[in-house]
Unconditional design. Structure first.
Length: 629
């Protein structure tokens, strides 16, 4: 058999490879120069008159692999002699092939997933023992090098024998002898490969590699040894990637999907009144815009700390301390890419696999998905008829695996604002059952009757220690597209969220941080004007809905109304009603089913007064036709 040289596929080893190849097996027991980096090592054919056995080691001694054969056995074909490779054992290459450089053996090892045998050769069968090896790859070739310019040519045809030109079948490569034929395309129905000429050096061999396949590449063992011949590659399915089960179980945000559908209809020329939207229709305050422009012009667009700029964290700490009546330090603040990002990061930081989290219905659509993705189990709790919390139902839902509870006041979708007494009762319940509280306070500034709810963190020292506050700029300052929010809570949790986000997003948007800082440092007059306008729209919409005979829980905050429509539902529920309403009358709303209460629909009053009046007229016409007899 041909002697073996060592080739390390890393820069700077060509001279060493040439030296070892020239000296043959005498050098094979020597380790490759350990200064050479790279996990891949190859064996090459040395002068054919040298034969025998030898050992080959990588610079890392094949990273400690032994000959235990943990990965089982793979069969190979080869010629002449034998080699012992530390960590790999190949025997029975027992026929001499003068002038051909021996048989070729190529093994590919992929760590934990085992190995793939990428090529097999001319004659003789023996077993190869491959032990577990991780990390990295091992490639080994033995013999059949030949001279590529003397290799055979090939022809590719479809299953019926019709010739196929390059470019007609993608993503596959066929090697015929030492010639090469590219087959581009799916190979979905199989393909025939013909060796049109006997290679002048080495035996014919064909390998078909499919980058998208999950199984090892296919071989053509039926190829004629001499004079050409046919080989058949069985059908190969094209690659079909799919999301993992956790992501596959997540549904697209229903509110965003409905808003997109309404906008698409409007873009196509349809007359649509869009009440599905969940963002203010006002411009961001002038101070926000000026700060954003200044940040861009001043070059403040680099990475920031993962938890946010220190000056913004300090401003948020001061703002929360003042508005919630608690002492907050900057170390307890983590700035995030929006309130939604703060919620998801906090849940990922808090939830252990299998932990139950109580969701008080009606619940914002993303709560269920975020809890589930974080590994928790959402447990829905029905409300009172006015959409307020039912504490008897909450207590009954608490079980041995319950770890937390989420509260949203003012509520999306109902606009319900929790009273101080209800917040205190929640804090007592959390203490009794040792629960954390995740308080979504994103709509806190948008309250039209009375005062905003106190934060659960303000009830007591115990409640402060178990409460996470999530807030942001989107709703209060009409900064939805700026994507900036924060979480405030015990320092270990806030720091945990920052560590998590340092690997997921790096840092919050630098420009948006400056823009948010501007409104926290000086209350812009546009905010009060926006709240007054929302209050007037709320009066118009709620009054109009009640004139249509609908029961509407009074929305004291946010910018939504959540009327009951159960008498108008068919077997498709609120989803069917909203679909019919959009298609027949051009009014986009959100079905209550996505919030856990199918007997309701949500209407946003974040649109002009004239549009609200038109929406009421369309809804009235729709309900008149749908009214039960």
């Amino acid at each position: 058999m041909a002697g073996l040289g060592v080739h390390a596929e890393a820069a700077g080893v060509e001279a060493q490879e040439a030296r070892i190849a020239e000296q043959g097996l005498a050098q094979l027991a020597d380790p490759v120069d350990p200064s050479v980096d790279g996990p891949v090592r190859r064996l090459k054919a040395a002068p054919p008159e040298v034969a025998g056995q030898g050992q080959v080691r990588t610079a890392e001694d094949i990273q400690g692999v032994d000959a235990s054969g943990e990965l089982g056995r793979r069969r190979v074909q080869g010629r002449e002699g034998g080699i012992d490779v530390e960590g790999l054992r190949v025997l029975g290459l027992n026929q001499r092939a003068p002038g051909l450089g021996g048989a070729q053996l190529l093994l590919h090892h992929q760590g934990r997933e085992g190995i793939e045998q990428l090529a097999q050769l001319a004659a003789g069968h023996e077993e190869v023992h491959i032990p577990r090896h991780e990390p990295g790859h091992i490639h080994i070739e033995v013999g059949l090098r030949g001279r590529e310019q003397e290799g055979g040519e090939g022809e590719v045809a479809d299953e019926q024998g019709q010739p196929q030109k390059n470019g007609e079948i993608a993503q596959e490569t066929v090697f015929a002898g030492h010639g090469q034929v590219e087959v581009r395309g799916g190979l979905g129905a199989g393909v025939r490969v013909r060796l049109g000429a006997e290679p002048k050096c080495g035996w014919p061999a064909i390998m078909v590699a499919s980058p998208g396949r999950r199984s090892p590449p296919a071989f053509l063992p039926g190829v004629a040894r001499q004079g050409g011949g046919d080989g058949y590659v069985s059908p190969m399915e094209p690659a079909q990637l799919s999301p993992n089960r956790r992501v596959g179980a997540i549904s697209l945000s229903a509110t965003l999907a409905l808003d997109a559908r309404a906008k698409a209809l409007a873009a196509s020329g349809a007359d649509v009144v869009n009440m599905s939207v969940g963002e203010p229709d006002f411009d961001a305050p002038a101070a926000v815009q000026a700060a954003a422009v200044a940040a861009i012009g001043g070059g403040r667009v680099r990475y920031t700390p993962a938890a946010g700029r220190p000056e913004l964290r300090a401003a948020i700490a001061a703002h929360v301390s003042e508005t919630r009546g608690i002492e907050v330090s900057p170390a307890e603040v983590t700035v995030c890419h929006s309130g939604k990002h703060a919620l998801s990061g906090t849940l990922l930081t808090l939830i252990e696999p299998g932990a139950e989290v109580l969701l008080l219905l009606p619940a914002w659509v993303s709560y269920v998905e975020q809890v589930t993705y974080a590994g928790g189990t959402p447990v829905s709790v029905a409300p009172r008829r006015d959409c307020g919390p039912d504490f008897a139902a909450i207590a009954a839902a608490i079980g041995p695996h319950t770890r937390g509870i989420m509260v949203n006041s003012p509520s999306n979708p109902s606009g319900y604002v929790w009273s101080a007494a209800e917040i205190r009762e929640l804090a007592c319940l959390a203490r009794e059952h040792d629960l954390w509280i995740l308080s979504d306070e994103i709509y806190r500034r948008l309250v039209y009757e009375g005062q905003p709810s106190p934060s659960p963190a303000s009830v007591s020292a115990d409640a402060r220690a178990r409460t996470l506050i999530v807030d942001g700029a989107s709703k209060s300052y009409a900064m939805t597209g700026y994507r900036i929010g924060f979480v405030v809570g015990p320092e270990p949790i806030a720091a945990g969220v920052a560590r998590l986000h340092s690997h997921l997003t790096g840092s919050p948007n630098a420009v948006s941080q400056d823009a948010y800082l501007a409104v926290l440092q000086s209350e812009p007059p546009e905010v009060a004007a926006m709240v007054d306008e929302f209050a007037a729209r709320r009066t118009l919409l709620v009054g109009g809905l009640r004139k249509l005979g609908l029961e509407v829980p009074t929305p004291r905050g946010a910018f939504y109304a959540f009327p009951r429509v159960d008498q108008y539902l068919d077997e498709r529920g609120s989803v069917g009603l909203c679909a019919d309403l959009l298609e027949s009358h051009g009014l986009a709303t959100v079905p209550g089913a996505v919030f856990g209460l199918d007997e309701h629909i949500r209407l946003s009053y974040s649109l002009a007064t004239a549009s609200i009046e038109e929406a009421l007229a369309r809804l009235g016409a729709f309900l008149e036709k749908r009214r039960p007899s």
